[in-house]
Design a protein around this ligand. Structure first.
Ligand SMILES: CC(C)(COP(=O)(O)OP(=O)(O)OC[C@H]1O[C@@H](n2cnc3c(N)ncnc32)[C@H](O)[C@@H]1OP(=O)(O)O)[C@@H](O)C(=O)NCCC(=O)NCCSC(=O)CC(=O)O
Length: 481
């Protein structure tokens, strides 16, 4: 660690110059030693003296390789901590609340009411996921005000909680990234945070939108890239992953759009990331890999989840039935890229061998490597019952491995891009994460994107006081479907 921080003071050119100088000094020293040593007394030195050119080239290569490794190795990025928003108890959206809202709003046909009831009952959602504030208003009208309220409540609560846990002064935050897929007010939600916390004028803010449920992973990836490119100075990036579903409630009769109403619920997570090596001992996780694959060049993948107007002009997000196939295809191609980065050598060799044999036999059955050898914990995308089932089937994951995803869907619904943090919180609430464990977060997003974050745990986890599972973890796991 000390050597690394010492080396980071120099530019690569200076390091190269230093390596030449070291080589020259070494050569001269060795030459002097060999010239003055009685060769008969030391046969090893005699051998070296006869192959000086070889020896020096060898030494030179070693030094250069070492320097190249140290210069190009990405700076570690840590997740200091994170917080998940848990709305008030009275925002719980039970079956009765849904039924009451749907009937009283008088905005749906009887056929649509029956369809939503059927989907809701089969969805895997329990009675405790949270609805947006407007559902509890008497006029049942979603307005800009309620959408801002929904986003603001989640962001401020999660960030307040995070800052009090991490003891990082506001003044140290130099980057703010907010991701919110479907709601883009002006000024942006990132600016809302800058204003609320009175952040300094040098803060860099980024506001991502329209990127679907994988944008939480994309925001973490962006934060890591910014922190790594920031040179030697220690930086702190606040990443807020939220969604505001108020203005995206669909009032119409298109079935694929009605599915959205049934599974999306309120959620938000805030994470503080840093490249400050001095905070390593306080950090929860270190980011080992991030991988994003975009499958939007394919028309059916692009259209799998799509915001549009229905035939009567009502705006909604259609979750096409084809989404499940698209997610499976995307995942297959994603893990081909992920495998070489994370799998142990033995698994990789086995995977390569099976892939070659499969291609020779042309049996059309792609071999899926055993990712349980690469990760101790998996936060599988909680996009919906069928999404979890597809990931489990495709990757041959046991029910134990998809348990956190199923429980997350049951307790919080599809909270969009923040869902992987709710899953991490589940692992922590169950005290399952130990120091050194590797955690895989896998998220899908409209577009169609597949994103992976691979973390290493830096400490044995325990349940933080603000863990969203705090008051209910004793009841989980339950049978969700
Ligand atoms: C909706 C479900 C809970 C339904 O559960 P089941 O599979 O048990 O039910 P089922 O297949 O019998 O379907 C019940 C009825 O609903 C219809 N149905 C199901 N899915 C439909 C859809 N997407 N569009 C239109 N109709 C649909 C079926 O045809 C059937 O109608 P009939 O009875 O008439 O035959 C599940 O299919 C599911 O989880 N789907 C995936 C949801 C999804 O797309 N999630 C991704 C969110 S997007 C995301 O996470 C990423 C992002 O936003 O970026």
């Amino acid at each position: 660690m000390k050597l690394k921080s010492l080396l980071s003071i120099f530019t690569p050119i200076q390091l190269l110059q230093a390596s030449f100088f070291t080589l020259l000094t070494l050569s001269l020293t060795l030459h002097a030693v060999l010239s003055f040593t009685p060769t008969l007394l030391n046969p090893h030195l005699l051998l070296l003296s006869q192959h000086k050119a070889l020896l020096f080239s060898f030494l030179y290569c070693i030094i250069l390789t070492l320097l190249a490794y140290l210069c190009t190795r990405p700076r570690p990025v840590y997740l200091l901590n994170y917080s998940c928003f848990k709305p008030d108890h009275d925002r719980k959206c039970s079956y009765e609340v849904c039924e009451y809202f749907v009937r009283r709003s008088k905005r749906f046909s009887e056929v649509s009411e029956n369809f939503m009831r059927g989907i809701y009952l089969k969805s895997g959602l329990g009675n405790e996921a949270y609805a947006p504030p407007f559902i509890f208003q008497t006029d049942y009208e979603a307005r800009l005000r309620s959408a801002v309220q929904e986003a603001e409540e989640g962001m401020i609560t999660a960030v307040d909680s995070l800052l009090s846990k991490t003891n990082v002064p506001i003044s140290m935050i130099d980057t703010v990234i907010v991701t919110c897929g479907m709601f883009t007010p002006s000024p942006s939600l990132a600016s809302l945070l800058v204003n609320h916390y009175k952040l300094g004028d040098s803060v860099k803010s980024y506001n991502l939108s329209g990127m679907g449920c994988s944008s939480g992973a994309a925001a973490v990836d962006l934060a890591a890239r910014l922190l790594r490119s920031g040179g030697k100075t220690a930086g702190y990036a606040l990443v807020v992953v939220t969604e505001s579903i108020s203005l995206n409630w669909y009032f119409g009769d298109d079935r694929s759009m009605l599915v959205t109403n049934c599974i999306f619920r309120v959620g938000c997570a805030a994470a503080l990331m840093t490249n400050d090596g001095a905070r390593r001992r306080d950090a929860k996780l270190e980011l080992l890999h991030s991988l994003r694959t975009h499958h939007g060049a394919d028309d059916s993948a692009y259209a799998a989840a799509y915001q549009a107007e229905d035939t009567h002009g009502n705006v909604g997000v259609a979750l096409k039935k084809d989404l499940i196939r698209v997610a499976g295809e995307g995942l297959r191609s994603h893990i081909k890229k992920l495998a070489p980065r994370v799998l142990p050598v033995v698994q990789m060799v086995n995977y390569g061998y099976r892939a070659v044999m499969g291609a020779l036999k042309k049996d059309g059955k792609p071999h899926v490597p055993d990712f349980t050898t690469a990760f101790e914990h998996m936060c599988v995308h909680t996009g919906g019952k069928a999404v979890i089932e597809t990931v489990g089937r495709l990757m041959r994951l046991s029910d134990d491995l998809t348990e956190p995803a199923r429980m997350c869907l049951h307790r919080f619904g599809n909270t969009s891009s923040s869902l992987v943090f709710y899953e991490l919180a589940y692992f922590e609430a169950k005290n399952r994460v130990k120091k050194g464990d590797r955690v895989w977060m896998l998220a899908f997003g409209t577009g169609f994107k597949v994103c992976s974050l691979v973390w290493k745990s830096l400490q044995d986890s325990c349940m933080d006081a603000d863990n969203p599972w705090m008051d209910c973890i004793h009841r989980y796991p339950v049978k969700a479907w």
